[in-house]
Design a protein around this ligand. Structure first.
Ligand SMILES: N[C@@H](CCC(=O)N[C@@H](CS)C(=O)NCC(=O)O)C(=O)O
Length: 214
């Protein structure tokens, strides 16, 4: 099994989950940027994105689908299937992770990818931060146990990665249950193994990105 990954990109969800599961895999690390748009890589991930997981004939390039596939195939204890009481919750969180993903991606583009001030829009930054906070509020209200479905499961890697990125744009301390949940996630050995090593090229070079004055 091969995982294509860039440090701190959504492929961190898949990397973290692979470490949780403990299944052997090969890591193909790319620099975030033009390397993902080379014809050789586009054969696997047509949109030039990470993650991309290759397992024999199976090629998947969507992090939610990879979570579902890995849990169903290698780790049923981390999965919820049709007929399980919390299957609807599993589905909701797996996909809600990308509602959060849309806002953190937009904030990443505004604060980091658009590198000149004149390209950026503080209005959009404020709007996206507010919308992200609304999403975090939903999770804060929903969180009832140690993890999203009680025990740790695959959806914790999808939502947990979102929190790992969200903290660069809004203080998680304003969401106390979420902050405590994220602390639990961060203390997991598999999460720590999925972090970029010290000195590696990363997307988020600052711990926090303030919205500049308009
Ligand atoms: N919905 C997809 C999004 C994948 C995605 O957009 N990944 C970003 C990194 S977080 C990427 O590869 N961007 C490279 C690019 O847009 O060129 C998923 O969850 O896997």
């Amino acid at each position: 099994m091969i995982l294509h990954h860039c440090h701190q990109a959504r492929s961190m969800r898949s990397l973290w989950l692979l470490h949780e599961i403990g299944v052997p895999f090969e890591l193909q690390l790319h620099e975030f940027g033009p390397a993902l748009h080379q014809p050789e890589y586009l054969r696997y991930s047509g949109a030039g994105r990470v993650p991309c997981l290759i397992d024999g004939d199976v090629v998947l390039s969507e992090s939610g689908a990879i979570t579902e596939y890995l849990c169903a195939t290698y780790a049923p204890h981390f999965w919820r299937k049709h007929g399980d009481a919390d299957w609807p919750k599993w589905l909701q969180y797996l996909h809600f992770a990308e509602t959060m993903g849309a806002h953190v991606a937009s904030l990443t583009q505004q604060h980091i990818v658009l590198f000149k001030d004149e390209m950026r829009s503080p209005v959009l930054m404020k709007l996206e931060r507010k919308r992200l906070e609304k999403v975090l509020g939903v999770l804060e209200n929903a969180l009832a146990g140690e993890y999203l479905l009680g025990d740790f499961s695959g959806v914790d890697t999808n939502i947990g990665y979102g929190l790992y990125i969200a903290q660069h744009f809004t203080p998680l301390a304003e969401f106390p249950k979420l902050a405590a949940y994220f602390d639990r996630l961060k203390s997991r050995a598999a999460f720590q193994k999925s972090l970029p090593p010290k000195g590696a090229a990363v997307i988020y070079r600052k711990g926090f990105y303030e919205v500049p004055d308009a």
